[in-house]
Design a protein around this ligand. Structure first.
Ligand code: PMP
Length: 439
């Protein structure tokens, strides 16, 4: 997005970006980092500590990106770093089994009992891609239902009407994804039970739907909350039609509660995908669920899936240290209270400035739309004022608040954000909104 109003005060960042553009498409290794959704040049980060990050020009920011979700303890948490160092000093990869995989898996299963068996992979994309293959392998069916604006990583089949970066860039799917690879992907709006029922009852889909994949609390079209009846009814529909229910909890797992959205909302999926927090800032994903179903995965069963670095010991150590710390009593309620304080503050600020706002949170995941609302799905989300968001983002950045560089992403509060940080953030974002509105 061209934005003539943006002047950068980050000369080192700008020169690194120029070099990066000679090496990487768009100068980045993941599209949404390129700031295309808000205009201007991306910021290059030097380091992070607790709730703060520092860029290569020495500017400090309170960070609400949190690496897109994994860093529930903020940056360079000493206990987590110590665990990583200890593991790395014993060897970084073996391609053979280690105890840490078991320790982490046992913790995950304790928090999410629906995950009776699991498999570690190296990203959220791998997790969803593999879960889908497992679902098809188990049911012998081909079709998949996904949500319009739901993002499940960049596997071909799942890139139909996807959110997050795909949404920010205005690409409904992706070039290079063949019509054949999305031909079996059916797309319905979130929170719309009639549309879901219509898909299931259509004669053309009879006995053909292998699974429904859904972010139970979507965070890739901004943050959208499910209607209370939505997920329970989805569970019932899957049972009625013999389809599997896959919860993509890559973002919500250990974020909205230790047991993820499934614990918070009381709905048990057949399969769950995880990522982000379970890797404590390292590349980890996992998929798992019913034991009878996971028995179909190689080498026990015929559904093939593998990975050289799966269950990497350093990544497992980071995940283990992270989950161990989230176990502290009062951890999630404190985080949620701070997040509510932030969201309430933003709501009041917007009202004071006469800016329409729909803001919400689930645990320490939060989202703001500059729109009257209600925001129930992707179509509603698109009514938000993305231009105002872009100006707000840059005004916030100049005031030392680092928000996700897109109007369609969730924000994350970490345990390193103290009450005083939240109050300071509200003050700065309030002033940033006044500036953005006047621009
Ligand atoms: N599923 C969800 C819900 C996600 O939010 C993401 C990433 N933001 C993914 C899957 C893909 O994960 P990764 O980027 O690790 O491949």
């Amino acid at each position: 997005m061209a934005n003539a109003g943006i002047t950068s005060h980050r000369p080192t960042s700008d020169s690194l970006y120029d070099r990066a553009c000679q090496l990487f498409p768009g100068g980045v290794n993941s599209p949404v980092r390129a700031f295309k959704g808000v205009g201007g040049k991306p910021v290059f980060i030097h380091s992070g500590s607790g709730a703060h990050i520092q860029d290569v020009d020495g500017n400090r920011y309170l960070d609400f990106l949190g690496s897109w979700g994994p860093l529930i303890f903020g940056h360079a948490d000493p206990d987590i770093v110590a665990s990583i160092v200890a593991a790395a000093s014993q060897g970084t990869s073996f391609g053979a089994s280690t105890q840490r995989e078991i320790d982490l898996a046992e913790r995950i299963r304790l928090a999410m009992p629906s995950i009776e068996r699991m498999r570690f992979v190296s990203s959220g994309t791998e997790a969803t891609m593999s879960a889908l293959r497992a679902a098809r392998g188990f049911t012998g069916r081909t079709k998949l239902v996904k949500i319009d604006g739901g993002y499940h990583g960049h596997a071909d089949t799942l890139l139909a009407s996807a959110g997050s970066g795909a949404l920010t860039l205005g690409i409904p799917g992706s070039a290079g994804v063949t019509a054949a690879s999305v031909a079996d992907t059916l797309v319905v709006p979130f929170n719309d039970l009639e549309a879901m029922e219509a898909v299931f009852s259509a004669e053309a889909n009879k006995d053909q739907i292998a699974a429904v994949i859904v972010e139970p609390i979507p965070g890739n079209m901004g943050l959208v909350l499910p209607r209370p009846a939505y997920l329970p009814r989805l569970r019932a529909l899957c049972d009625q039609y013999g389809a599997l229910l896959i919860f993509d909890e890559v973002m919500t797992g250990f974020r909205v509660a230790a047991g993820g959205a499934q614990e918070r909302l009381g709905v048990r999926p057949d399969l769950t995908t995880l990522g982000k927090i379970i890797g404590g800032g390292f590349p980890v994903g996992a998929y798992g669920g019913r034991a009878d179903l996971m028995k179909r995965i190689a080498p026990e069963g015929p559904v093939y899936q593998a990975g050289t670095l799966s269950g990497n010991p350093v990544a497992m150590a980071a995940g283990l240290a992270t989950l161990r710390e989230t176990n502290r009593s009062g951890f999630y309620p404190t985080l949620e209270r701070r997040t509510a304080r932030l969201v309430d503050g933003l709501r009041s600020a917007a009202r004071r400035h006469g800016v329409p706002i729909t803001a919400g949170h689930a645990g320490s995941m939060w989202g703001v739309y500059f729109a009257q609302g209600p925001i129930r799905n992707y179509a509603d989300a698109k009514t938000a004022d993305a231009k105002l968001f872009a100006r707000w983002h840059h005004a916030a950045l100049a005031r030392g608040i680092f928000l996700a560089p897109s109007a369609f992403e969730a924000g994350f509060v970490s345990s390193a954000h103290a009450d005083a940080d939240i109050d300071c953030t509200v003050t700065e974002l309030d002033a940033a909104l006044a500036e953005a509105r006047g621009m």
